[in-house]
Every structure is written in structure tokens, then in C-alpha cells.
Design a protein around this ligand. Sequence first.
Ligand code: SF4
Length: 420
Amino acid sequence: MSNPSPLIAPVPAGAIEHGAVPVTLGSPIPEMEYPRRWTRPVRVGPKTIGGMAPVLVQSMITEDTRNIEACVRQIIQLHEAGCELTRVTAPTLRDADAIGEIRAELQRRGVDAPLVADVHHEGQQIALEVAKYVDKVRINPGLYVFRKKKPGYEYSEDEIVEQQELIEKQLVPLIRVLRERDLALRIGVNHGSLSDRLTVMYGDTPEGMVQSALEFIEICERHDFKNIVISLKASRAAVMIQANRLLVKRMEERGMCYPLHLGVTEAGDGQYARIKSTLGIGTLLAEGIGDTIRVSLAEDPVNEIPVCYEILQGIGLRRTKTEFIACPGCGRTKFDLPTVLNEVRNATGHLKGLNIAVMGCIVNGPGEMADADYGYVGKGEGLISLYRGREVVKNMVPAERGVAELIALLQTDGQWEDPE
Ligand code: SF4
């Protein structure tokens, strides 16, 4: 039977600090190895990003930060939907104080939802203030020390050094506060808001995004601060994929192993946004890259959480529901496969950790349902068979009793739980 927990093998001694190590994941493909990149564990309140921790699911609220009641309500909705880390924007000092009130209200209601504050334009004072109330602060290097020259301007060596020194000077007070309070920092680079200087030096490219992150990482390291998570986001999945691959390469060259936050930003809404996010996030996760994810939808943020879990389940990193295998059906199918698949899913979808197959015919179905724990397979006109693994356990069952018989089989095997 499948194991419902995300299985991650212990990291070999000596592999903690650097490099990629092979990590064995659990079902759905037993004994398959994915090369999950080892990263430094970063604690964010009660959660951990990186190390051996399961990939963490994040989102961001859309309410006005100063509307305390609405923010608290949305954070609780996200928390109850499975969001493990929630971001709130802090555009001004007043918003930073509002986050303090939000935090206090969540505590008063007994909700232990870790919070990240998002700080943008020249927000050094805001970051210092909001760090009193949150578990993690996100800054955007492209906007941290914001200087914009005329198009075509060439930065001199002295100007580059001067800007880098200014960034360091302004970042150090925040690093000190984060270190003292044992908080985390996300260096959140966006393709659309690279600094003017880096755009001139590297173009609007994945390399520019990587250099932007490295510049900030190196400042943090110079000041002995390593509670860092990095994100390189772009609205195009291909750019985001390239940038993250390149960052991993550059970090490995430098002996760094900071955890990565993955996301396709401004993905939009509906099916296309979900596909784009899945492409970007899923591709990197399949390469072992990524420690926390956010699917950015232009919808109610609660809608982001199931997509995150489906990406993680699809790739075998989290098990939150039954994994279904179903053939597409063809001329050999003698029952209404989409309807039956829905009936089976409705009846058994709440059982975490099982693989259940619905296959159209006895000819190819049993062979193609691979490692399913149970199979519902068309036998002929109006008849189905039920499988436990590769063994037929109920043969020639009238199709109208198929789902009920499957439930009975799961009950007999001790695999059944009543839905909540
Ligand atoms: S399993 Fe059978 S019914 Fe399903 S697609 Fe293959 S041949 Fe067709």
C-alpha cells in the first residue's frame, strides 16, 4: 500500500551545507529517486522552509492592510484552507502598525498563522517596524534603493560601488533586527522590477535576476545572517525556470544552499494561470528545486491553495487526497467512463494516500493501471471487476453496484474512513 506521508530520506552526513544529494520520495512511483536539492533549513515561526521539511504552501491576502477585521478574516480562511504561510503587504508605516494589530487579533483568536510582511519601495523604516510583528520580511532588491536614470545611461565603476555601499548601509539595520529576533528574510527578485543599475549591466535577463539576489545574499553573509529564502519570479514560466536553474548553479559555485520560493508572478486567472504556474513550479520541483511555493492567481487567494496541493501531489511531494489513475477510454470501454470516474472520485477522494485506478477494459486496463492499490476495470457490457493491486478480488460485478462494492472492499481491507 502507498504511504500517505511525504517521504524524504535522511540526508547523508556531510551533505548538510552544500550541493545536491539524492533524496528518495515516496509514492506514487515506488523506489523512484528524484534529485531533491538539499537546502539550509530556515525557520519561519513554527514552520521550516528547506532542509527536509515538506515543500511549504504560501499565499498572500488581498484585503487592505488597514482593514484589520477583513485581513484577519482572510488570513483565517487561508489558514483553514491549508495555507502554511501568509503574506501581508506593508506599503507604509501605518500599514506596518496595522500588521501589529492583525497579529494581535489572530493571537487573541488562537490562530497560529505565520505571517510575512511585504516591503517595497525604499521601505527600510517600514521593514524595521514591521519586523516586530511578523515571522519573515520580504524585500524586493530592485526597489530597495531605487534609482532610475535616463534610458541608455552607463553607470561608472564608482557609481556602481557607491550604490552597492548604499544598499549595504540601508540593509544592515534590518539584518541586525532579523538576527536579534531570529526572523527570516525573503530576497524576492521580480523580473519586472530589476534595479536600473542591474538592467543596464546584465539586461532584463535571468542573469540580471540572479545577480540581484546574489548581491543581497552576499551582504547578508558579510553580516553573518543566513536565515534567507530566495525567490526569482517572472510572469513568463520559461524566464522563471531559467532564472532559478541559473541561481542554483551560481549558488553551488559559491558553496551556498539557500532554500527557494517558487512562483510565476502575475499569472492571471482561470485555467491558463493554473497551467502556467504548474509548468513553472512543477518543472523546477521535478528537478529537485524549490522549498516553498505560491500560485499567484488574480482570484480569491483561497483558490490558490488547492492548486498548490495539486502540484505537490502530482509530483509526489505531498499526499492530501487519493491519487486517481484513469485511462481516457476508447472503443473498448463499455461504460460511461467520465461519469464512473466522477462517482469513484466523489466516493473515495477523501482517503489520503491511496492510488485508485478506473480503467475502461480488461484487455489493457490491468496492465496499464501500474501500481494502483485498487482498480475498477470494465469487464464487458454492464459488468466490471475490482482489483486489489494486480489481483482480481470481485469479478463480474454489475456496473450499477461497482462503486458500492469498491467501498465495501476498502472497508474489508481497513482502508475506509467516513468522509468528514
Ligand atoms: S485501458 Fe482499455 S478502454 Fe482504456 S484506453 Fe486502454 S484499451 Fe481503451
